[in-house]
Design a binder for this molecule. Structure first.
Ligand code: FE2
Length: 537
């Protein structure tokens, strides 16, 4: 079942219908009109009308009934709880001797290769890799054609210990001054053990630059995780937005924590060596283990997954921002101080002022703990961040907020809970769409108990594994899909056209040339139904 079937779900429509029917009866009584008997058809209104009200009252009744039906269809506030259930494979980690964790052949061969954006605007990448036997070369050879490298960048190397685990040699190299929209080839490692990869830089910052993001959360390293990773790679997503909880290595003890960080690095390399992953940290990255003498939070994560935080004037790699094509992406840390006057709060206050929707119309926020979640798992855990940041999200008209943490999928309507006269979420055209995509497939399994009844703010929810894509077409439109893992296949299940919060404004939209908009609509080709009603607010 897709979210596009919203208007076809009588059960979830019952509350609004009843409310409007009650209103209809009250208004009819005020007008001294006998409400339509449910057994009577609209073709027999004269049976219910008396006196000289005649045609006028019949018209009133018809208008009221039409209002009921139209409201129920157009407000879209009827959420869907999908009944789809398929657990796929058991929620256990893939054995270490599986080929997905294979160490590359050759002495000291680079492994766990991954890239991320290295600057604010997308003209640099940070390339990271690990060598197991000795430090080896820190150099990255880069060129415009395969096997022909025009320049060399010099990186750094370090290692660390975690309890009784000793890491390999972790290399990190910033490659800058790249041209936009260009495919680069790169080689790392020495002699016969060197390995070759490539990446594509994004288009220059431009409001109409099209770009496709994949969104993955709570991935882990099970066969379900592998399914999610493969499916996301099939979508041709150009960059992955990762919403925290990477390896789940913290569920192991002692030496094996580090071992499972290493295996995860090899697990995601087929994607992460070629497409930048924009990292955010989850609770499984905290790894506060006093019983092992490890009390510095995020140690494994911070040693292994660098972020370009200085480029956005952040004081921590855990919260930062990048601009890519037509998107401004803000990464927040759910597990770092964020209340008023803390470094993260102060940074976000300034970063939001730097957002220029004329240049990067799409404002996307990543975090780990969802702000709106109607699953029993982790219910209300994002509430404290909501209280601190929600008014800013509405003030700056954030387009969409992606989170993980809850091992299921859920999408909200545009709602907020910032009015002083109400303590409940209400429809708010300035609010973001909240999407929880913590369904990567880790060993903890699915969160399959949703709260009942489904809250009004919840548009669609399903306890399955999967991932999302957000395909930005231009400054006004983007196409979103949530893709379920379904018996080894990728099945687009929840989809909608996302209207940009800044350029969707009527006054600005009128400024755009008509033929420009028409060309956009003509290019919107999707393979399944789209939930146009809910996002047209
Ligand atoms: Fe989590």
């Amino acid at each position: 079942m897709t979210a596009s079937h919203v208007s076809g779900l009588p059960a979830s429509l019952h509350p609004p219908i009843l409310r409007h029917l009650a209103l209809y009866i009250v208004v009819a009584k005020i007008l001294n009109v006998t409400p339509l008997d449910s057994k009577q058809s609209l073709q027999q209104p004269s049976l219910t009308i008396s006196g000289n009200l005649g045609k006028d009252s019949m018209l009133v009744q018809l208008l009221l009934l039409s209002s009921i039906l139209l409201t129920c269809v157009s407000n879209g506030n009827a959420g869907v709880t999908s009944s789809f259930i398929r657990n796929e494979w058991p929620s256990v980690d893939i054995p270490l001797d599986n080929e997905v964790f294979a160490v590359p052949k050759g002495y000291n061969a680079p492994q766990q290769v991954h890239i991320t954006q290295g600057d604010y605007d997308g003209r640099a990448v940070i390339i990271s890799w690990v060598t197991a036997d000795e430090p080896g070369s820190n150099q990255v050879r880069v060129g415009l054609s395969e096997g022909k490298y025009d320049f060399v960048a010099e990186g750094t190397v370090h290692n660390y210990t975690f309890y009784n685990y000793k890491s390999g040699y972790i290399h990190q190299c910033l490659v800058g001054d790249l041209q936009y929209d260009t495919k680069y080839y790169y080689a790392i490692g020495d002699g016969d053990s060197s390995r070759k990869f490539w990446f594509k830089t994004p288009p220059e910052i431009d409001p109409d630059a099209s770009y496709k993001f994949g969104i993955i959360g709570d991935l882990g390293q099970t066969f379900n995780s592998l399914s999610t990773l493969k499916h996301c790679m099939q979508t041709s997503a150009q960059t992955i937005l990762f919403v925290g909880d990477l390896s789940y290595a913290d569920r192991y003890d002692n030496h094996d924590v580090g071992v499972r960080w290493d295996s995860w690095g090899r697990f995601v390399e087929p994607s992460a060596a070629y497409q930048p992953w924009i990292w955010s940290a989850g609770n499984h990255e905290i790894e506060y283990f006093p019983h092992m003498g490890e009390v510095i939070p995020f140690r494994n994560y911070l040693h292994r997954y660098p972020t370009p935080y200085p480029a956005s004037k952040s004081s921590s790699p855990l919260w930062y921002a990048v601009r890519r094509a037509s998107a401004h992406i803000i990464v927040l840390s759910s597990y770092s101080p964020f209340v008023k006057y803390t470094p993260q709060w102060r940074w976000l206050e300034e970063e939001l002022k730097r957002v220029d929707r004329e240049k990067t119309p799409w404002l996307i926020v990543l975090m780990h703990a969802p702000i709106y979640n109607s699953n029993n798992a982790h219910f209300m855990e994002g509430e404290s961040m909501r209280v601190v940041f929600e008014s800013w999200f509405c003030q700056y008209k954030v387009d969409v907020i992606f989170a993980g943490h809850v091992h299921a999928y859920e999408r909200s309507y545009r709602i907020s809970n910032i009015r002083p006269d109400s303590s409940n979420p209400v429809p708010d055209k300035s609010a973001p769409v909240y999407i929880t995509v913590g369904d990567g497939g880790n060993q903890e399994g699915l969160a399959n108990r949703f709260r009942d009844p489904q809250p009004d703010y919840s548009a669609f929810r399903e306890a399955s594994y999967g991932h999302s894509t957000l395909e930005i077409k231009n400054r006004t439109h983007a196409i979103y899909h949530w893709n379920r893992n379904d018996e080894g296949k990728r099945v687009p299940t929840d989809s909608f056209v996302l209207h940009n919060q800044y350029w969707g404004n009527n006054r600005r939209r009128r400024k755009l040339k008509k033929n420009h908009l028409h060309s956009v609509v003509a290019t919107l080709q999707v393979g399944e139904n789209l939930d146009l009603l809910s996002m047209g607010m």
